[in-house]
Design a protein around this ligand. Structure first.
Ligand code: FAD
Length: 419
């Protein structure tokens, strides 16, 4: 079968890989000059099934109001609210019940766990190197209130059989020795030893570089303009370089997927939730993080990637905008320098970056079939697209090929919104 994959972020590239591995003829299209140049470019680097949790959770509405007024705010909402933002926010708030949270979390964990295992298998098979480390993640608590609140998360980890360590201050420093210089700034932490870290951009580039040898026809610098439909099926992808035709079509365009599908009468509830990161070279190895640390107060992740430190976070509802306000960089630097003083070279270029997380209101991606028989989706991976890319790529390749899915696809497809 000839499959046209739209989008060469980590999700599209992983999908193209699994499709080609299954023996399909694959064309991969992206408007950028290379892979992973949009949201997959400089994310926080966590492969974290242990923290696969919806943002929509009981208690979030009250917390969100508090976050909005913090000096180093983890949540920012543009006062120019438009209909798309309003509709998405209301749908997200409807997911803040205990029952919806449990259901959404179970779907995320199912996919994220499988995805981590697929990534490990792929890495072994292909000998991929992407500044990866398998040293867990540490959620750091600065207040007793945060420690008390973690009891709920621990109960969920127990339910899902995810190994964890509850650490006091010394335990945190044993896991992350660089924290010794900031020992008065936190009280304890929760460590998930099975989580991993790695550079998503490097991974996607190395995987994409292997695709031509597998027969994949890659077309970069090619903007997708629309889908042609004929007799109830997709007949081609209209691009600025002509129409590309295949037997099946896979949309992996992240937050740009809804605009492509709207003219076909398909509504995808995916909204761009902006985040920021900086990347600095390590100045002092002994003070640097060894893996990922989540600063619970500011919802910021600090990750070791080779000889660099990546600091990423914040959720901003402001539509399709990639502006880089200096005060957001200040928030990232504040968290880094407060917890790992002297670790990074603060005079080096910070590679300040923003990306648009393709978020669904229930935080679960949309993977699988659509009502149009030869049109498939792999989009809406939100906060955890790097974590879930290999699993959802493999799952959608099996669905397109008509093979038995490797995990239960219940609740991962578009049909969950039409119930
Ligand atoms: C600050 C931040 C931190 C994050 N941290 C983590 C983390 O630690 N762990 C984790 O698992 N996830 C993390 N994420 C989320 C993760 O980065 C995303 O979920 C993931 O990158 C989404 O991948 P994607 O392939 O769907 O999207 P993209 O990488 O955006 O790929 C979509 C592709 O579609 C192409 N495209 C769009 N429109 C068109 C068009 N019209 N024509 C042609 N091509 C088009 C784009 O060029 C792009 O290459 C983070 C995100 C942010 C912003």
């Amino acid at each position: 079968m000839k499959v046209i994959v739209m989008g060469a972020g980590v999700v599209g590239v992983a999908s193209a890989y699994y499709l080609a591995e299954a023996g399909h003829e694959v064309v991969l299209i992206d408007r950028q000059p290379g892979p992973a140049l949009e949201t997959s470019f400089a994310n926080a680097g966590e492969i974290s099934p242990g923290y696969a949790s919806p943002w929509a959770a009981p208690g979030i509405p009250a917390k969100a109001i508090r976050w909005l007024f913090m000096r180093h705010a983890p949540l920012i909402i543009d006062p120019h609210i438009d209909m798309a933002m309003l509709r998405w926010t209301l749908a997200m708030l409807r997911n803040c019940t205990a029952a919806r949270y449990a259901l959404n979390k179970s779907r995320m964990v199912r996919l994220a766990d499988f995805s981590r295992d697929e990534l490990i298998a792929l890495r072994g098979r292909l000998g991929l190197d992407y500044d990866q480390r398998s040293r867990g993640t540490l959620q750091l608590f600065r207040t007793q209130k945060q420690i008390d609140a973690s009891a709920g998360d621990i109960a969920v980890l127990q339910d899902y059989g995810v190994p964890y360590d509850v650490l006091d201050r010394d335990g945190c420093i044993a896991a992350e020795p660089g924290l010794a210089a900031a020992r008065d700034h936190f009280l304890g932490g929760l460590r998930l030893p099975q989580d991993e870290t790695g550079d998503c951009h490097i991974f996607t580039n190395r995987l994409a570089a292997m695709l031509p040898a597998m027969g994949v026809d890659i077309r970069y610098d090619c903007a997708i303009e629309g889908l042609e439909k004929d007799e109830g099926r997709i007949a081609g992808v209209r691009t600025d370089a002509g129409v590309v035709r295949g037997d099946a079509y896979l949309v992996a365009l992240a937050a740009y997927s809804p605009a492509l599908l709207r003219p076909l009468g398909l509504r995808l509830p995916i909204y761009p939730v902006k985040g920021y990161s900086i990347t600095l070279p390590i100045a002092d190895e002994a003070r640097a993080p060894v893996s990922t640390l989540l600063d619970e107060s500011y919802k910021i992740a600090i990750t070791r990637l080779g000889d660099r430190i990546r600091v990423g976070g914040m959720a901003e509802l402001s539509g399709f905008n990639n502006a880089l306000p200096a005060r957001r960089e200040a928030t990232l630097r504040h968290s880094l320098n407060d917890l790992f003083p002297g670790a990074a070279d603060n005079h080096a270029p910070s590679h300040f970056w923003s990306g648009l997380r393709p978020m669904t209101p229930d935080a679960t991606p949309i993977v699988g079939a659509t009502p149009i028989p030869n049109l498939f989706l792999n989009a809406g991976h939100g906060t955890l697209g790097w974590t879930m890319a290999c699993g959802s790529g493999r799952l959608v390749a099996n669905i397109i090929g008509g093979e038995a899915p490797p995990i239960d696809p219940e609740g991962l497809g578009l049909s969950r919104y039409s119930r």
